[in-house]
Design a binder for this molecule. Sequence first.
Ligand code: NAD
Length: 260
Amino acid sequence: MSLSNKVAVITGAASGIGKDIARAFIAQGAKVAIADLNIEAANATAREFDPTGQLAMGVGMNVMDEAQVDTGIDLVASKFGGIDILISNAGIQIVNPIEAFSFADWKKLLAIHLDGAFLTTRASLKHMYKQGRGGSIIYMGSVHSKLASVLKAPYVTAKHGLEGLARVVAKEGAKHGVRSNVICPGFVRTPLVDKQIPEQAKELGMSEEDVIKKVMLKDTVDGEFTTVDDVARTAVFLAGFPTNALTGQSIVVSHGWFMQ
Ligand code: NAD
């Protein structure tokens, strides 16, 4: 098992991509903190994956809240014996053309994706540096870290921003053996995407089927959605990679939607 005895914090892990990464990490021997705004769902996920309470714990955490992040990460470190891996994954989507985007929605989206990534990184690095056993930080980017789409101004801005943060963490963390990378998935059928399909259909004046075929999957090589399992396998690979050879990178997992 490639993650034996590693301690991982995964934000937004009560649903979708984060939840499947938690499942895969536990299968690889890691102890996992399921950190989520929705504490009931976080606790239920922890119990679902590990009824014994030894390998998984739920943590209520709003990643935009400095005190909640600092307290939550410290709690995980004291219960599980440190922090080895952070998956900064919590996120939302709001679609609107720029001229109709409220400033409040713009700020909320940037705060969840960027403030959340910064705060969880800072809190985790403190433990990783002190422990002296290295670490791996993985940001959940998107093909929208590389490309733009209409209706998604703050999301595209935030996902591009994560690449900058990951590169700085790679440079600062290197001497401590802390690596930092970004996973950039294409569209994955999670609640986040299921909510967007009717919203985009309305904004673009298309059927939901056309939004899937002609917008979401149009540029993939095979018209397929990326799966939570595809993303979780990539996270296992990056989290278990043993040296600084693979740091400051982004890996696109998107059925060829974006090729670099
Ligand atoms: P999801 O809606 O299934 O899950 C998101 C989770 O984040 C939920 O459990 C939610 O409670 C939690 N969350 C939301 N706001 C939070 C906050 N402030 N603090 C803590 N937790 C919070 O979404 P998903 O599709 O699994 O998305 C996960 C990540 O993957 C996001 O960053 C998203 O941008 C990214 N992503 C998703 C896709 C996709 O197609 N689904 C593609 C590329 C990237």
